[in-house]
Design a protein around this ligand. Structure first.
Ligand SMILES: [Cu+2]
Length: 256
């Protein structure tokens, strides 16, 4: 057996001693950036901002999605599914428009809700087509299909990622660290699969539904820039002033 020399015994002891010095701890050398104050909304003066996202002109015809390359996907649809790139509701409004307060809020740290936001792969289509959630909130990704999907967050401000999700797999949970409005969520297996994610640092955002309307509730009084983002038709913004306990309305109109 090889005997250890006295030096081999002493060296680790010297290292231990040097680590117990009385100098400043490393973290005190680089002060943390000033944290934003926690957001506070006075319910006595909060109001709401609402409106509709209108579409003027002839609605574009959305193509049928060709799933023939994957019969397991195709079999789940009685009739071919339509692309959801531009969806005009029967009342002449736009569905799947993301609306949010782009500017005007006092800088603050907003706490995300504990509830997860679900994104489901069903019939090899993402549902909902557009999803909004807060920075730090959990996105729960579900695969209801009998096929493998590959969930690809094509984020640019946030870290992009690409994960596979097998049928009946455990739901994948992901959070986003930064505000980013909007970025595509695609599937590397099925090229037609495409949805959009909006990550907001505050809770004042909405995605329009079948009525093409939105309401942002619990907003402090102030003057705000409201922005609408539509994946194909682009961005529009407008200013609105909300009085204490008031309601403000701002509509946006896209055209063909
Ligand atoms: Cu897929």
């Amino acid at each position: 057996m090889r005997l250890l020399t006295p030096v081999a015994f002493i060296a680790p002891l010297i290292l231990l001693v040097s680590n117990c010095g009385s100098g400043p701890a490393p973290e005190t050398l680089t002060p943390a950036p000033a944290a934003l104050p926690e957001a506070h909304v006075d319910p006595a003066t909060a109001g709401s901002i609402s409106g509709r996202i209108l579409f003027e002109g002839k609605p574009p015809v959305m193509p049928m999605i060709d799933m023939s390359s994957n019969p397991s996907c195709e079999r789940q649809h009685k009739a071919p599914a339509k692309a959801q790139t531009v969806v005009v509701n029967p009342n002449g409004t736009l569905r799947y428009a993301f609306v949010w307060i782009k500017d005007g809020l006092i800088p603050a740290r907003w706490t995300p809700p504990a509830e997860t936001v679900q994104l489901t792969q069903s019939g090899c289509i993402y549902a909902p087509h557009v999803t909004g959630l807060m920075v730090g909130q959990t996105l729960e990704i579900i695969n209801e299909d009998p096929v493998n999907h590959n969930v690809h967050a094509e984020a640019e401000v946030n870290q992009a990622w690409n994960i596979s999700e097998a049928p009946k797999d455990e739901h994948k949970l992901r959070k986003f660290a930064k505000q980013e409005i909007l970025f595509p969520m695609t599937c590397s297996v099925h090229p037609w699969m495409r949805s959009y994610i909006g990550v907001s640092s505050h809770p004042f955002f909405a995605v329009t539904g079948e009525d093409g309307a939105y309401t942002l509730k619990g907003v402090p009084p102030g003057t705000y820039t409201i922005e609408v983002v539509q994946e194909k038709l682009g961005r529009k913004e407008g200013k609105v002033t909300l009085s204490a306990s008031g309601t403000a309305t701002i509509d946006f109109t896209y055209g063909s």
